[in-house]
Design a protein around this ligand. Structure first.
Ligand code: ATP
Length: 893
């Protein structure tokens, strides 16, 4: 017998589980040990050894190794060994960088892995999908990806899209009925749900029958898509740039060698010098350092509660010019408390804090009342409790809810009047449910009371519900819903909304026994309006400041909400999003607008209210066509297209569905608007840091090449020997560049306008900085060499040592200038401790190479006189300080 043919009891028996209480944690551990994790195997990973060897596959490095081998054979053992050692250390550094980048990307993937709701020891908990075992009971709802293959035991209008498995793109309706046919296609097994498929509607519960490679998905998973390795636009641009730089560096190197030979240097020395220069000057390490900087930045972002799912987003974040954000939960706390109730012209208030079901009811004159004595109030409260999916429970002595906070608030309000869900369910049993969705903006249940009478109870957005009502309860009487009464209801709704309250309307209708209700359309019509419940959802305290910071950073904040126009307006005002000039547009007007009409006005709209998720895509497109780089948040299935279309799609970590998360490039772990601002700040910083070390490395390389080139042109001996060139490349380039990648953002990073996404790597004068500083570094090194060489022409080694020290110091001083694009004094030059340490250790290593006798013959060095150190320090400071004057001159213009 196959699983789809078995009933619930048979499955429980075979899989040794209990659908009521789930498995125990111990049993789960045992099953994981026995059967493994619920994972699909991925393609092979690159082995560690391969990553290591790939560090040496660079053409110039191979030439260098070959040349070293030749010099070894010619008897230059020390040179050969030293060069090989340096190449090895360089390779190791590259290897560790690459490994680190890979590991952190892997860790990221795990962080954004889906979670599953599972019943363990009689309690619903969230666990990583990986840890689900056969026999577990799991539940899922609209927007979830199913974590394992399950036999359904409870469904609620459940529809699942199984195209990944069956190719059928229309969702399939699921049920839990027993099926008899033994040979069924996957698509017809309506009582099973499969791993990796997506819930598009309703909710369900099931017992896991297969995990990992044993699932239907696992069986076809040989073709499983390999994890995409994403490369950011900047990385791509740098790669292209790298090719140009390599060609230029090689040409210049050849030029150095040819002129050198022409000037009478021996061919072998020039060849080795040329190869070393090529190895040093070609920025082959750049892409690796960029990856490390990106992944370290991404880790910093995790600490600030945002997970980057797609690496390119890190860059795009820095270009964002508009943030379109949901209101509920992102700008507000999503901690709802009912404070006002309204029915038939009467208003009541309730006090109490949070989800604690303690509070008193008052009438409009602030007199204490007893809700059990007011009939309509009772109906309003109990129906709000019935048409409800949330649960209230006490955890660590605090009342918390499981489910939608809006519904939680309705539960708590009823509990304050003395009802419990249990007592209400004794009176009414729920027969059927049409779940809430943000397009319909309603939820409905069909219930039966003890005498067998059936009712439909609907709750939803007041303007929608009232449209479906024919009658109204007024003074405990059923009355016709005249236009006059409608206006009174509308007045009440506006009154509550202007207090920034979220409003829910409650309505009902009796259903005769022989009437069958097929769908929600039939259920949600000809209703009788009962009343309103208004709830506060306080703004998150940090949002106001974040909105202000975004404004200073040239980023506009737009609120997109399903909530009532007046509620949205009140909250947008409180948060400083909406000022007097800002426009509000509601969903109805938006629906009627053509794309180009919206494009014309979208720049002025600050709040979109009563919109459906489908509208979001239209908004994103209109903004993009106005030249904006758009960040858009979302959580539901219907939000996914807009999230995907946005330049930065943002999904909520807590309330977000799997589908929204999969479509997103950024996930907010705390669902908080302020986190978007932090992510943008970090995104800007990462980009600036990359620019910093690109600038530093390239300027250093320009300096290295030019000193050699000009020495050859001016017919001087080699100012640096090969091993010194390699050493400079290893010690002064690698560490400080990494440290620059860890730099903190500059104070004004959120005071600048967003970067244009079209901007090139060398934009904003970076090319000039690289060439001018590089030129100066080369020149001062050459000058130091020439001065000392002219003084002691017979002591070439001494002059070379001085040139070496000058080059190293000039670079290490210049690195501080790279921290800001304004001037070295724009910020405390020593504010980055990593950089200070990197520079101190590079200087120490240089001193060791110069003063430690055993190393002197290897590095072709001799101790330097105190007097010459003054010359070296003076000259080495010039490239950095020489141009400050010109900067001030430019500023004062
Ligand atoms: P945002 O897009 O800012 O998150 P929202 O959460 O207010 O907005 P929706 O969830 O689409 O947007 O809610 C729209 C309206 O539907 C609400 O204003 C409320 O009146 C009603 N509503 C919300 N939740 C429920 C629910 N669970 N049952 C019935 N009606 C609801």
């Amino acid at each position: 017998m196959k699983f789809h043919q078995m009933n619930k009891d048979q499955i429980e028996k075979i899989l040794k589980t209990n659908a009521q209480t789930g498995l125990s944690e111990q049993e789960v551990k045992k099953r994981i040990q026995q059967y493994g994790f619920n994972e699909l195997e991925e393609g092979e990973k690159q082995s560690t050894l391969l990553i290591f060897f790939s560090q040496f596959k660079d053409f110039m490095v191979l030439v260098l190794l070959a040349a070293t081998l030749v010099s070894g054979l010619l008897g230059e053992y020390i040179d050969a060994i030293a060069i090989i050692a340096i190449v090895l250390i360089n390779g190791l550094l590259g290897f560790f960088q690459e490994r680190k980048a890979e590991k952190s990307l892997q860790a990221l993937k795990e962080l954004s892995a889906p979670q599953v709701q599972v019943l363990r020891n009689d309690q619903w908990v969230k666990t990583p999908s990986k840890e689900v075992v056969v026999g577990d009971v799991i539940k899922f709802s609209n927007g979830d990806r199913i974590g394992a293959d399950v036999r359904l035991i409870e469904v609620n209008s459940l529809e699942i899209e199984e195209s990944a498995l069956t190719g059928e793109s229309l969702p399939v309706q699921k049920s839990c009925r027993d099926l008899n046919e033994s040979e069924l296609q996957l698509g017809d097994m309506e009582n099973l749900a499969f791993k990796g498929t997506m819930v598009t509607r309703g909710s369900g519960k099931g017992i896991v029958i297969a995990t990992g490679m044993k699932t239907a998905m696992g069986q076809i998973a040989d073709l499983l898509q390999k994890a995409e390795t994403m490369i950011t636009p900047l990385q791509r641009r740098l790669e292209q740039l790298g090719k140009i730089l390599i060609t230029v560096a090689l040409l210049l190197t050849v030029l150095v060698v040819v002129i050198g030979v022409f000037r009478g240097h021996d061919i072998y020395t020039m060849f080795l010098a040329g190869v070393s220069l090529a190895v040093a000057a070609i920025p082959e390490g750049l892409p690796a350092i960029v990856t490390v900087a990106l992944s370290l930045g991404v880790q910093r972002m995790i600490k600030q509660k945002s997970i980057v799912r797609k690496l390119p987003a890190v860059e795009t974040l820095g270009c964002a010019s508009v943030i379109c954000s949901d209101k509920t939960g992102t700008m507000t706390q999503n901690k709802m408390t009912v404070t006002h109730l309204w029915s038939g012209g009467e208003t009541w208030t309730v006090d109490g804090i949070g989800y604690e079901p303690k509070g008193k009811f008052y009438n409009a004159k602030h007199q204490l009342i007893h809700p059990e004595r007011e009939k309509v109030l009772q109906q309003l409260l109990t129906f709000g409790m019935l048409c409800n999916h949330a649960e209230i429970f006490k955890k660590n002595n605090k009342f918390t809810i499981d489910g939608d906070p809006t519904e939680g608030a309705l539960l708590v309000a009823a509990m304050k009047a003395g009802y419990t869900r249990k007592s209400v369910l004794k009176q009414f049993s729920i027969i059927r449910e049409f779940p809430f969705d943000s397009t319909r903006k309603m939820m409905t249940v069909i219930v039966k009371d003890q005498s067998g009478r059936q009712f439909i109870v609907t709750k939803g957005a007041p303007d929608v519900v009232i449209g479906e009502c024919k009658a109204i309860l007024w003074d405990e009487q059923l009355q016709q819903l005249t236009n006059e009464k409608k206006a009174k209801v509308q007045n009440a709704v506006d009154g509550l909304a202007s207090l920034a309250l979220r409003t829910i309307a409650i309505a009902f209708k009796p259903v005769s026994e022989n009437e069958t209700i097929l769908n929600e359309k039939e259920a949600e019509k000809d209703l009788t309006f009962i009343g309103l419940q208004g709830m506060i959802d306080p703004p998150r305290p940090e949002v106001k400041k974040a909105v202000k910071e975004c404004k200073a950073a040239g980023i506009k904040t737009v609120m997109i909400t399903g909530d009532h126009v007046i509620t949205a307006k009140a909250i947008a005002k409180q948060l400083g999003i909406l000022t007097n000039e800002g426009k509000i547009l509601d969903g109805k007007a938006l629906s009627k607008m053509k794309a180009d009409e919206l494009e014309n006005i979208v720049n002025d709209v600050i709040v979109f209210a009563r919109v459906s998720p489908e509208h979001k895509l239209k908004i994103v497109k209109a903004l993009q066509n106005n030249g904006h780089v758009v960040a858009m948040t979302g959580d539901g299935v219907n939000d996914a297209p807009a999230i995907k279309a946005a330049d930065i799609g943002i999904a909520m970590g807590i309330t977000g569905t799997d589908v929204a998360k999969e479509a997103s490039s950024l996930v907010l772990l705390d669902d908080n608007f302020a986190t978007i601002k932090s992510a943008i700040k970090e995104g800007r910083n990462i980009y600036e840091n990359i620019r910093k070390f690109v600038r530093y490395l390239l300027a250093s390389n320009v300096g290295e090449i030019l000193v050699m080139l000009f020495a050859m042109i001016l017919a001087f001996p080699l100012p640096l020997v090969p091993i010194q060139i390699l050493w400079v490349n290893l010690v002064t380039d690698g560490l400080p560049a990494m440290a620059l990648g860890l730099d903190k953002p500059e104070g004004d990073v959120m005071k600048r306008k967003p970067r244009s996404p079209k901007e090139g790597v060398f934009a904003r004068g970076l090319a000039w900085k690289v060439i001018s500083r590089g030129f100066l570094i080369g020149m001062v090194t050459l000058i130091a060499f020439i001065i000392v060489y002219n003084q002691y022409p017979e002591e070439l080694i001494y002059a070379q040592t001085v040139a070496f020290a000058t080059l190293v110091l000039a670079q290490l001083i210049h690195v501080f200038d790279c921290r800001s694009e304004r001037s070295i004094f724009a910020r405390n030059p020593f504010g980055n401790p990593y950089l200070v340490w990197a520079v101190i250790s590079s200087i120490a290593l240089m001193l060791i190479v110069i003063y430690y006798p055993p190393l002197q013959p290897i590095f072709n060095t001799v101790p330097i006189d105190m007097r010459d150190w003054l010359l070296i320090i003076g000259l080495a400071s010039l490239p950095t300080f020489l141009l400050i004057g010109s900067l001030f001159a430019r500023k004062t213009k």
